[in-house]
Design a protein around this ligand. Structure first.
Ligand code: UDX
Length: 444
């Protein structure tokens, strides 16, 4: 099947490359000439494991093409996936201008074909971008007002991709959700996903409103799980319990399960914060008090303060100006170079004015972090983890990168004060204590 993808960001590029890998002919459109030119050379503008190889192979197979021409994208197929950004306004409301302009271009194109009496096959639009519940209803009304609703269908097909494992999440989804009032549109999604759903039918067909709400509430629930365990971690700190044991204890209940119950300095990324605030906005718009989603954000916002309090308890603010700290990790999570809403970035910005120096080791997101901290003259970046601890007083871990989990304890002997602040609870506390280090986790 021929497919057109609007938007070559995380979602659009993974969607286009994976659909091409499943045998479809795919064209990906982006408004940025620079991005399209890079993609034509299989240069991916962000780090996503395996995506560069997949894009190169599918481009070489002529199954995947990139274009700046929206006309070429419109002409290429009858199936359009809208994967453009829905950035957040200050009040939490998602900005839908890119969605609306994509739909406008499709409507204008179809309108012109009708006027030119061209024989026209029906166009099926699928919104992959995260949009407030009720958006598709509004967009469909607009189509009806232009008398295009018998030529174009609009449906919801939300993505559940995690950065760092997006290809795997696409190819082995827990579920594929399609929110549509049109059986022919549902059949398109069923056909496209047959190669990955043939083992067990995990295609869920619901109304557009339900589909849009599934996406928002999935993310909000996962974020709430994280804030729940982060709040328990504060209690664990207060009473001297171990949050890792508590996580295991509650996670063994199959109804709870241990996933997304890892406490730390809080969640970041381009999705959770935006979608939790987005859902809060939607609740308020529908006169519903968003107790749980607001609490999820409040707990997350306070988590960094809780962690900084631990550092300031050991280093009173007046002593900090002579201190050098090593920081491991700036990306919002492992296996990505994405620093959006990263708590590690916020921590560096808070500490930089107070300390003598911050020496950062970031395995993947170094370029983005250096650009973000370019104005901070006491922040340096080590190219090797071993050099990041030289002439440093203490270590602070902000990202749960795999490089840090089983690092040789000897590396910590370089730390003058032997203080380790583990913002992701990943180090072996008992080994560190028995080796004479001072360990400070979150809830342990
Ligand atoms: C998330 C959703 O998981 C995904 O389904 C959706 O499509 C997009 O948003 P992503 O933001 O890429 O994916 O990363 P995720 O792995 O969910 O982590 C988000 C944040 O939560 C990271 O900062 C991570 O460090 C933090 N986190 C995650 C925790 O603090 N504790 C956990 O147990 C899990």
């Amino acid at each position: 099947m021929n497919l057109s993808i609007f938007g070559c960001g995380y979602v659009g590029l993974v969607t286009g490359a994976c659909f091409a890998d499943l045998g479809n002919n795919v064209i990906c459109y982006d408004i940025s000439k620079k991005r399209v030119n890079s993609l034509k050379k299989a240069i991916i503008p962000f780090h996503e494991p395996g995506l560069d190889t997949l894009v190169l192979n599918k481009s070489n197979d002529k199954k995947l093409n990139f274009t700046n021409s929206i006309d070429a994208c419109l002409k290429f197929s009858d199936v359009y996936f809208i994967c453009v950004g829905t950035p957040q306004k200050t009040n939490g409301q998602p900005n839908l201008e890119f969605i609306k302009s994509s739909i406008q271009s499709i409507s204008d194109y179809v309108d012109l074909q009708i006027k030119n009496k061209k024989n026209l096959s029906k166009k099926h639009i699928f919104i992959k971008s995260t949009v407030p519940p009720g958006t598709i209803k509004k967009l469909s009304r607009k189509l009806k007002s232009r008398k295009l609703d018998s030529f174009i269908t609009i449906s919801s097909n939300p993505e559940f991709l995690k950065e760092g494992s997006a290809i795997q999440d696409f190819m082995k989804p827990d579920r594929v959700v399609v929110g549509s009032n049109y059986q022919d549109a549902v059949e398109v999604i069923r056909h496209l996903h047959r190669p990955i759903l043939w083992k067990s039918d995990r295609l869920l067909t619901v109304s557009p409103e339900s589909s849009e709400t599934i996406k928002y509430s999935s993310n909000a629930f996962l974020a709430m799980k994280i804030s729940f365990i982060n709040e328990v971690a504060k209690l664990s700190d207060a009473i001297g319990a171990d949050i890792n044991d508590i996580r295991k204890g509650i996670g063994l209940d199959k109804r709870i399960n241990p996933n997304f119950l890892y406490s730390g300095i809080g969640f970041g990324g381009s999705c959770f914060p935006k979608d939790v605030k987005g859902l809060s906005y939607v609740y308020k718009k529908n006169n519903i008090t968003p107790h749980l989603v607001n609490a999820t954000m409040n707990v997350n916002d306070e988590q960094l303060e809780h962690f900084l309090k631990k550092i300031f308890a050991i280093y009173p603010k007046k002593s900090l100006k002579d201190k050098t700290f090593t920081i491991w990790g700036q990306a919002f999570k492992p296996n990505t170079d994405d620093i959006r809403e990263s708590v590690g970035i916020k921590l560096v910005k808070r500490l930089s004015p107070l300390v003598k120096e911050l020496k950062i080791f970031e395995p993947i997101a170094r370029k983005n972090s250096q650009a973000e901290h370019s104005q901070l003259d006491n922040v340096s970046f080590a190219t090797k983890i071993s050099s990041s601890v030289i002439r440093s007083d203490a270590l602070i871990i902000c990202t749960e990168c795999k490089e840090f989990w089983n690092i040789d304890l000897d590396i910590f002997s370089q730390l003058n004060d032997k203080n380790i602040f583990d913002g992701r609870n990943i180090l072996d506390k008992s080994s560190l204590l028995s080796s004479g280090y001072n360990y400070f986790g979150i809830g342990r």
